[in-house]
Write a protein that binds this ligand. Structure first.
Ligand SMILES: Nc1nc2c(ncn2[C@@H]2O[C@H](COP(=O)(O)OP(=O)(O)OP(=O)(O)O)[C@@H](O)[C@H]2O)c(=O)[nH]1
Ligand SMILES: [Mg+2]
Length: 220
């Protein structure tokens, strides 16, 4: 909208039929940037320094003959301070909230992220993503009930091997679009689909099994 200097990317905007903004939330090092990179470049570089500047990824896709421009926002490492600048949330249409299945603390912090999200964006679709399942596939049998309690769609993913990454981002785009169009149809459809989802069926295991290596940082 605010075209200062018009770059090639800005020009795309004017050709797009629809434009949505999708934000990513979650503790540091849960894999937010890797997930974006995985989806956008279908590649994965195992080592990278934390993000220190806000990164905006532009993605164009065609859905039902319409050109959709998606702005994916990745954080500036502000999450270390447990709070994002309000402009991060401004006019966003969907949120991908990520935790690391190998570090329980990142799961425990989800309610804080969710609370802040809802202060700024009470209604936007929010997808909960359990990342790094490649490190130990058994985690998909543990119960992570936060999403269920809040009535949010939940996905087990891996930025490392790509499991479910495309699914999450495609669903996020669809939900962002339907939010913008003020319809809950797609959201309902996804919730129904996820209820029958294979991995989800094993979720009623005990809370104990949720214990992982709490506080253990990823080795660099
Ligand atoms: N095993 C495994 N490691 C991953 C996966 N995704 C990310 N990582 C690793 O986790 C670390 C953090 O990933 P980032 O994508 O930088 O995490 P981030 O959430 O963007 O972190 P900040 O930018 O600091 O907020 C990196 O060392 C990645 O290589 C995954 O799916 N599996
Ligand atoms: Mg990052």
């Amino acid at each position: 909208m605010d075209a200062g200097g018009i770059s090639d990317l800005d020009l795309e905007k004017y050709d797009a039929d629809e434009q949505v903004k999708i934000i990513c939330l979650g503790d540091s090092a849960v894999g937010k940037s890797k997930l974006m990179e995985r989806f956008l470049m279908d590649g994965y570089r195992p080592q990278q320094l934390s993000t220190y500047a806000l990164t905006l990824y532009k993605y164009t896709t065609t859905i039902n003959g319409q050109t959709i421009l998606v702005d994916f926002w990745d954080t500036a490492g502000q999450e270390r301070f447990r709070s994002m600048h309000p402009s991060y949330y401004h006019k966003s249409h969907a949120c991908i909230m990520v935790f690391d299945v190998q570090r329980k603390i990142t799961y425990k912090n989800l309610p804080n992220w969710y609370k802040e999200l809802r202060e700024y964006r009470p209604e936007i679709p929010c997808l909960v993503v359990a990342n790094k399942i490649d490190a130990d596939i058994k985690v998909t049998q543990k119960s992570f009930n936060f999403a269920k309690k809040q009535g949010l769609p939940f996905y087990f993913v891996s930025a490392a091997d790509g499991t479910n990454v495309v699914k999450v981002f495609k669903d996020a785009i669809q939900m962002a679009l339907s939010y913008k169009k003020n319809s809950n149809d797609f959201m309902d459809e996804v919730m129904r689909e996820l209820e029958n989802f294979d991995l989800e069926s094993k979720e009623e295991t005990s809370d104990k099994e949720e214990e992982t290596q709490e506080g253990k940082p990823d080795s660099a």
